[in-house]
Design a protein around this ligand. Structure first.
Ligand code: SF4
Length: 239
């Protein structure tokens, strides 16, 4: 696919800014749930440099790659603006490991979802308290489940809006933005890790595999989400 012109890229970034500014005006306080993936580099840059009203947080599950921590450190230094880091509840984590073992998530889908619940979903729920909407870096082409997403949808599960300003971006456009601005990114992306999560649940993909094939690779494709993004069509927006 041909690259965007420099002007085309600027227009695409300006559209993200406009969408986020409109969401702020319409829905109120927004927070960005920063995954530290390639899309997150684009959104962090736009939010940190142009939309200081939007808060950011990132969840440290305790099982991230060291490369991910190094990237977080670089982003914190570059933007001089704290990305709040949210951790799992220590007591809940101890109980989880006592129940299923330190790598119990490999043993069943239920055990894996329980680990994601304690290490990701519960910290996420704490981090969004008091906000009217949360922002994600989802892109439509990432998976069949994400193809049906809406730019703004009501997240009935969590009781606030979910805003996805990069839905129409291609992977090539994300990388064009990162390279044009010489932004830091996770070096694992250069080692065939297009999608990066916890270290024990992410592997490099092989030629011809889907971009998310390295996430929870031992499971069926339809279960490979952490639970933050539903696998069913979005609920209708409330009036
Ligand atoms: S991705 Fe793996 S290690 Fe991380 S929270 Fe989910 S099951 Fe646990």
């Amino acid at each position: 696919m041909a690259e965007l012109t420099a002007l085309g890229l600027e227009r695409k970034a300006a559209a993200v800014h406009a969408q986020l500014a409109a969401a702020l005006a319409r829905h109120g306080r927004l927070v960005y749930s920063n995954s530290l993936g390639a899309e997150a580099i684009v959104l962090t840059d736009i939010i940190a440099t142009q939309l200081p009203e939007i808060d950011m947080f990132s969840i440290d599950t305790g099982r991230l790659y060291e490369e991910t921590h190094e990237l977080l450190e670089k982003l914190q230094r570059r933007y001089r603006r704290a990305i709040r880091v949210v951790y799992p509840d220590a007591a809940a984590l101890e109980r989880l490991v006592a129940r299923q073992g330190v790598n119990g998530f490999y043993h069943s889908l239920e055990a894996r979802l329980e680990c994601c619940r304690i290490r990701k979903l519960e910290p996420f729920k704490r981090a969004i308290v008091g906000y009217d909407g949360w922002i994600t870096g989802l892109r439509r082409e990432q998976s069949a489940a994400r193809a049906a997403a809406e730019a703004v949808e009501w997240d009935a599960e969590h009781g606030l809006y979910k805003v996805s300003p990069l839905l129409e971006w291609t992977e090539a456009e994300v990388w064009q933005y990162i390279r044009a601005r010489r932004l830091p990114y996770n070096p694992l992306h250069d080692r065939q890790f297009p999608s990066i999560g916890c270290a024990p649940c992410t592997r490099a993909i092989q030629p011809g595999e889907s971009r998310r094939a390295g996430r929870w690779w031992w499971e069926q494709p339809e279960t490979r989400e952490c639970g933050l993004h539903p696998r069913v069509p979005p609920a209708a927006l409330p009036a």
